[in-house]
Design a binder for this molecule. Structure first.
Ligand SMILES: Nc1ncnc2c1ncn2[C@@H]1O[C@H](COP(=O)(O)OP(=O)(O)OP(=O)(O)O)[C@@H](O)[C@H]1O
Length: 609
């Protein structure tokens, strides 16, 4: 048998470490004649010889002896095949590495690389460390805590070549450890590679995230139709110097086998161009608000956009601020409860939140009543401060509190979401999609922040006047503290309202997408909505015309008439002064109900191109 030459060209940054944490029992020892494969997924070693290589591997062995993917595999290594530049993670038996023979097959080009050969089968006995040392190259060893794999290590190449789209940071779990999920988006070229499971690219967005990290415990491998996710403990060196531990989730996309969702008949109308590339680009947070007349498909469009963002690597949050929520129905999952609920199905994190408007309204009422509403009025009446009561009348506070203006609950709901998103815990979300309430509500919502801002401002001023006029009396009544607390709350609420207003008008981060259907009534309403949005300086670029009946060769008279009507409405859009300037996205009426993630994915692929 011709003796293959072994050639390893490890990178100088290569390091190696074996943790002492999880020693295997003797019963799992492989005898010194054994050859082990070094592949976590396939047991393939020993069936062919390591390639005689001019191909060389930049080998990085990392300490993961507590890796529990298999009882036999307690050593992990990451290496780059110099033949095909594929980065691979493999696990092997430590005893085999120390006493036997270990070869690793490159997932990209199928070449075998010799990692250890203590039996001298392929030349001088030794291991990769010896081979590297012979070349005068550096071998680094480390314990679990000192293993710091860079992002490039996981990506397997320069990150500058990746289109870094998103990242996920962390949520604290009840035990105060970090759950860290890393997500990444890759360029079209790298996507092709990923489909072959050859490489992956990661990225971080948040500045608070570590610059280096290592996986030192693999917890789970999750497979679904088009992704494999690795979950593992992560250690990293944050800016604050000490090491932290968390969980890492890495997804490798595979070629999608078959769309599990089948529609019986769909005709995509003319070129649907939504400019999705622009929508998905960038890692900075963006807000998309979808609104329109009741029943036109706002929820379906919002949910399908959220699924599409998530499947394109953006950790996404979809929020319903419509008092009559239908997100749960649309996703076919229970998303109620006013909390962030993970949506099952998409490749990357997607969470949903249905805000409880009644609760939000109640909250507002409590705060204002304590400080500026009937509480203050009663108090002032009692004190004989007639002239201030007059000012109260001007504010129409009673009206505000007894019959909250329409749109108030939604404004509070949105401000609540902003509050959520400002916290570090939710900094991972890079796309926020709002499923808003029907048009009328939304229009009132738009003017509401200004109205509330003014009202609350007046309430606060009034409070100050009362405070100075009655401080002595109040201290007798012992109410000062309560009033201060309520006043602070009110001030915070006012600030949040201002933020809602700013968010709605921020052209860099926000876009309002109008959803309509091709009927004269819906188009007229959309035109009015567009006009109002413009007046309020809310950025609007896109108009979805949903439920367009596809042309048909059948003699269905009803369908033909209906389609004719629809075409008329479409013409109306094209000549409408408000709507004609918007990017028109035509979405067909499909003959199944859009329910559940596969259906939403399907719809998203039609609309968001
Ligand atoms: N393109 C489409 N083809 C077929 N059915 C659709 C399409 N778009 C939406 N639907 C269906 O229309 C119904 C209403 O859709 P959806 O709930 O998304 O509308 P909405 O505007 O959010 O309604 P509401 O104003 O009541 O919240 C749903 O049953 C949905 O499955």
């Amino acid at each position: 048998m011709a003796e293959p030459t072994r050639q390893f060209l490890p990178s100088t940054s290569a390091h190696f470490g074996i943790s002492e944490y999880h020693r295997r029992g003797l019963q799992t020892l492989i005898n010194s004649n054994s050859v082990t494969d070094a592949d976590q997924e396939q047991h393939e070693a020993g069936n062919s010889m390591p390639s005689k290589s001019n191909d060389s591997s930049a080998v990085k062995l990392s300490a993961t002896s507590n890796l529990k993917t298999s009882a036999r595999h307690d050593l992990a290594m990451i290496f780059t095949c110099k033949v095909c530049e594929t980065r691979s993670v493999k696990t092997a038996c430590r005893e085999s590495y120390e006493k036997g023979v270990v070869v690793a097959r490159c997932g990209g080009c199928n070449n075998l690389h010799l990692i250890a050969d203590h039996l001298g089968w392929f030349g001088e006995p030794g291991s990769i460390e010896d081979f590297l040392a012979a070349r005068g190259e550096e071998v680094k060893k480390g314990s679990v805590d000192t293993l710091n794999l860079t992002l490039e290590d996981l990506a397997g190449r320069e990150l500058s070549t990746c289109d870094l789209i998103s990242s996920v940071q962390s949520q604290r779990n009840s035990r105060s450890t970090f759950f860290v999920s890393l997500c990444w988006q890759i360029t079209r070229t790298s996507k092709a590679k990923l489909r072959n499971m050859t490489t992956a690219a990661c990225c971080f967005r948040s500045t608070s995230l570590p610059s280096s990290f290592s996986i030192h415990k693999k917890l789970a491998v999750k497979r679904n139709s088009n992704a494999v996710s690795f979950m593992g403990l992560l250690s990293f060196s944050p800016k604050t110097s000490s090491f932290s531990t968390g969980l890492i989730s890495i997804s490798l996309k595979q070629r999608r086998s078959k769309n599990s969702f089948q529609v019986r008949a769909v005709v995509a109308p003319s070129e649907a161009v939504s400019g999705f590339d622009e929508m998905v680009a960038g890692t900075q947070r963006k807000y998309y608000m979808l609104g329109g007349k009741g029943g036109v498909g706002k929820t379906s469009c919002a949910a399908s956009l959220a699924v599409k963002f998530a499947n394109n690597g953006h950790p996404t949050l979809v929020v319903s601020t419509d008092p009559a929520h239908s997100l749960s129905d649309s996703f076919a999952q229970d998303l109620t409860g006013g909390q962030l609920v993970p949506v099952e199905g998409p490749d990357f994190p997607l969470f949903a939140l249905e805000i409880n408007p009644e609760k939000a309204r109640e909250e507002f009422r409590n705060v204002t009543q304590k400080d500026g509403g009937t509480g203050v009025k009663d108090f002032m009446d009692g004190m004989g401060l007639g002239m201030l009561v007059e000012q109260l009348g001007e504010l129409k506070l009673g009206e505000l509190l007894d019959t909250p203006p329409p749109g108030l609950d939604e404004a509070i709901a949105i401000s609540k979401v902003i509050q959520f998103l400002e916290s570090q815990e939710y900094s991972m979300f890079t796309r926020i999609v709002f499923d808003t309430a029907p048009t009328g509500h939304t229009l009132r919502l738009l003017s509401l922040p200004d109205f509330l801002d003014a009202s609350i401002g007046k309430i606060l001023k009034l409070r100050e006047k009362i405070a100075s006029a009655t401080s002595a009396i109040k201290s007798v009544f012992g109410q000062e503290q309560n009033r201060q607390g309520a006043s602070d709350k009110l001030e915070r609420l006012r600030e949040r309202m201002v933020k809602v207003r700013e968010l709605f008008r921020d052209t860099d981060s926000t876009e309002f997408v109008i959803v309509t259907i091709p009927t004269v009534m819906a188009v007229s309403e959309s035109s009015r909505l567009s006009e109002s949005l413009k007046k309020e300086n809310v950025p609007v670029k896109r108009l979805i015309v949903n439920q367009i009946i596809p042309p048909s060769a059948s003699d269905c008279k009803f369908c033909a008439m209906k389609r004719k009507d629809q075409m008329r409405a479409l013409e109306m859009i094209k000549s409408d002064s408000e709507l004609s300037s918007l990017m028109l996205i035509e979405a067909p009426l499909v003959d199944v109900e859009i329910r559940g993630v596969p259906a939403l994915r399907f719809m998203g692929d039609i609309i968001w191109k």
